[in-house]
Design a protein around this ligand. Structure first.
Ligand code: T1G
Ligand code: NAD
Length: 697
């Protein structure tokens, strides 16, 4: 048959096997192979056909690497219509993750059998697309309109048993999938089961309000995104149009979504997330150390969440605090977090108890004598951290990895406080650490490849998206944030309000506005960090006047009930605070600033281009390996909209010459101090190149 599709007959059953590692994606060769096989089966002596896959999974979708390239025949919708049109029963045998075009292939078959461990789903929306091979027309015919919309808008895979309850899978078996599929085909033939074409099934009618409600819900859940609305339109068509007409409209909307910059951004993010796991210059087979047990120093906001991340992934964890009282407090924060996860249905009571059971406490470093990894998460005080690393150097076994969760500090200096700097690096989690997916892995000067590779593989095991950063103040994320927050504060004193600055960034797509983020993190954190710096390194004084004034008034943000906003003690709901408006006007007057109305677009440009400019400087210094890594940091750690692709992809999408022109304009207006274009940006504009092309070098 072909390299990637094989067809064999066994008595009266034909078996088509797709074998295209790593995930049997529907490349042109697979599509051609399937078409050839189904045509051979159509004319041979078999009475039924099974489609299944070799390797770890059934087809996990169209080949995303082919997107954006000219269409190659056979086109998937046509292939699937031909499979469905077969006069012989076609059974799909599912294992692993049958996703996107892969699940649509199964839906075009007449019957579906799956392993209980299998999952099925239509994640196209996560790529800014829609199921473009009949999925939006076939799913409602099997599972109904509401379940169908939910499956396609949500985009997350569901277990085979849930799919069976929805009518999307006909039989679920524990093992021996191919054997069970053969028996199932034989049983269907024995009872003369019909060739059941999904496209010929009726769609249960629903009230128009279902679509209106789904559209509003999607507008909230996937704010600013276009794909969900196109999916809802397709499903509505399924209830009002014949299959062929509904499918041709689906194809039009699919092409529209493929051209949409949002899809280009989300596809970029798909590959950027996977590229980030690869360390340039490190062999894929670099030796890694075994890690079973973990010690956490400091059971505060971060320590507790980090402990849960490891316990939830099966590691035994020892939390070390300064004294019994602090330890009790730290463990009770963890208990509350687990209760919250059970209440929200994220974890079952049993699983929560099992995970909690893996976390022990101590106040003596002797408890860490045999652990494989230690992560320090005490106060952001460089001397305290060095002192602790010197103690860990004595207490921990040779070969233990020593990591710091510092947000800003010099990891090389911390490593130098030990006799084993080769075993030291940064593991910078994000708050809340048991929820946020991002992990900045800070490679220090002497960190060995083995230690780095070990921590990168650990990140996958604790379900984090890891990005490697070099050592500099604030690493990738927090360093770029300096300019972003500076411009947010300057827009405030120049004429904005907390509400207007936040609204501009929220409406642009940020998960939360910068002023609300400052209140959430605690205004005292930034204040203490500034106080720890020499005056000259504290940045533009105009940007610090208002937050410093608020902290001096005891307004620390959410944690003290007031900051830039006022917070309801019960609901934590934030509301504007007239007193803060007065403080801003007072500080602006003291700075001799005449306040003016500032357009939302100017706020967006200043904050986003400050990010971009610093990001490009970070790339030039080699602190980040590639532009995509910076995009992953901002999307997974700072609420940057994935459908804009992260700051670097966004800059390329609007054109680096436009970015440079804006930055030069700001330099004219606000000065070189804050707006010095990154030399690499000027170079790339001069050469007419993008960041993506630069990264290919
Ligand atoms: N196309 C091309 N390459 C793919 C791929 C795909 N669909 N899925 C995965 N890969 C590559 C990936 O880049 C990586 O490569 C390797 O496989 C392992 O992936 C018409 C239009 C299947 C759950 O969105 O969700 O069908 O980095 O590291 O963690 O309606 O991959 O090793 O070189 O992620 O075990 C819809 C996308 C497409 C599913 C496995 N399908 N894939 O996760 O491994 S749109 C999807 C995944 C579509 C139709 C439309 C996951 C996975 P490399 P991995 P994993
Ligand atoms: P926190 O104040 O909530 O907790 C620090 C804990 O360390 C306290 O419980 C304290 O008792 C304990 N501690 C202090 N000295 C100790 C010692 N000698 N031995 C054992 N325990 C000791 O602080 P946090 O917000 O969890 O921050 C911890 C670290 O994580 C800091 O370096 C911070 O910069 C970093 N970080 C914080 C965040 C965040 O959003 N809060 C995010 C990422 C990184």
């Amino acid at each position: 048959m072909s390299d990637v599709v094989n067809y064999v007959t066994d008595r009266n059953v034909g078996v088509i096997t797709v074998d295209n590692p790593p995930v049997n994606a529907l490349s042109q060769a697979v599509r051609q192979g399937l078409l050839d096989a189904i045509r051979v089966a159509a004319s041979d002596k078999t009475e039924a056909v099974i489609i299944h896959c070799a390797g770890r999974t059934f087809i996990a979708g169209a080949d995303i690497k082919e997107f954006g390239k000219p269409h190659a025949e056979p086109l998937l919708p046509d292939l699937l219509n031909e499979i469905e049109a077969s006069e012989k029963i076609v059974v799909a045998a599912l294992h692993g993750t049958a996703l996107g075009g892969g699940f649509e292939t199964a839906l075009a078959c007449h019957y579906r059998i799956a392993l209980a461990s299998a999952k099925v789903g239509l994640p196209e929306v996560k790529l800014g697309l829609l199921p473009g091979a009949g999925g939006t027309q076939r799913v409602p015919r099997l599972a109904g309109v509401e379940a169908g919309i939910d499956l396609m808008i949500n985009g997350s895979p569901i277990p085979a048993r849930s799919a069976a309850e929805l009518g999307l899978v006909d039989r679920v078996v524990e093992d021996d999938l191919l054997g069970a599929a053969r028996n199932y085909a034989a049983e269907l033939l024995d009872r003369d089961a019909p060739v059941r074409r999904t496209s010929e099934l009726p769609v249960a009618d629903v009230d128009e309000s279902v679509f209106a409600a789904a559209s509003v819900a999607a507008g909230k859940r996937a704010r600013g995104q276009t794909a969900p609305q196109r999916i809802i339109e397709c499903v509505r068509n399924a209830t009002s149009m014949p299959f062929a007409e509904g499918q041709s409209r689906e194809r039009e909307l699919f092409s529209e979504s493929m051209q949409d910059p949002q899809s280009a951004a989300l596809r970029h993010m798909f590959f950027a997330e996977r590229e980030a796991a690869k360390i340039i210059g490190l062999e894929r087979d670099t030796e890694i150390r075994e890690v079973k047990s973990v010690g956490i120093i400091g059971g505060g906001t971060m320590g507790g969440g980090i402990a849960m991340s490891f316990a939830n992934a099966g590691f035994s964890v020892t939390l070390v605090e300064i004294n019994k009282e602090a330890l009790t407090r730290g463990l009770s924060i963890i208990d509350r977090n687990y209760e919250g996860s059970v209440k929200r249905g994220k974890l079952s009571t049993d699983i929560a108890a099992e995970c909690r059971g893996r976390i022990g406490g101590a106040t003596d470093y002797a408890a860490l004598a045999d652990v494989d990894l230690v992560i320090e998460a005490v106060f952001e005080d460089p001397d305290l951290k060095k002192d602790i690393f010197a103690k860990l150097d004595k207490a921990c076994k040779p070969g233990a990895i020593l990591a710091t969760n510092t947000s800003y500090q010099d990891v090389d200096a911390i490593a130098a406080a030990t006799s084993r700097p080769q075993d030291v690096l940064g593991m910078h989690f994000f708050s809340p650490a048991h929820i946020m997916k991002l992990l900045e892995v800070v490679r220090a000067d002497k960190t060995t490849d083995e230690v780095l590779a070990t921590v990168m593989s650990l990140a996958k095991r604790i379900r984090k998206v890891a990005v490697v950063s070099g050592v500099c103040y604030g690493f990738i994320g927090n360093r770029m944030l300096e300019g972003y927050f500076r411009e947010a504060q300057l827009c405030l004193v120049e004429g904005g309000t907390p509400e207007s600055v936040d609204a501009a960034m929220f409406d642009w797509g940020m998960a939360m506005g910068p002023i609300s983020v400052a209140d959430l993190a605690g205004l005292d954190v930034g204040f203490k960090a500034r106080q720890a710096l020499p005056e000259a390194e504290r940045g533009d004084p105009a940007a610090n006047r208002v937050p410093d004034a608020l902290v001096e008034m005891g307004r620390l943000g959410q944690k003290s009930g007031t900051g830039f906003y006022r917070y309801d003690a019960e609901t934590r709901k934030r509301s504007p605070d007239a007193e803060v408006h007065e403080i801003i006007e007072r500080e602006a007057a003291a700075l001799g600033i005449e306040r003016r109305s500032i357009a939302a677009q100017e706020i967006v440009n200043r904050l986003v281009f400050a990010l971009v400019n610093e990001g490009i400087q970070i790339l030039a210094e080699g602190i980040a390996q590639r532009p995509g890594d910076i995009d992953v940091v901002y999307v997974y750690g700072y609420g940057f909209p994935a459908w804009r692709g992260g700051p670097m992809h966004y800059a390329d999408s609007i054109g680096l010459s436009t970015v440079l022109a804006r930055i030069e304009e700001f330099r004219e207006r606000f000065g070189e101090e804050n707006w010095k274009p990154a030399p690499l940006l000027e170079k790339l504009v001069g050469e007419g190149r993008t960041l993506a092309a630069w990264a290919e070098r």
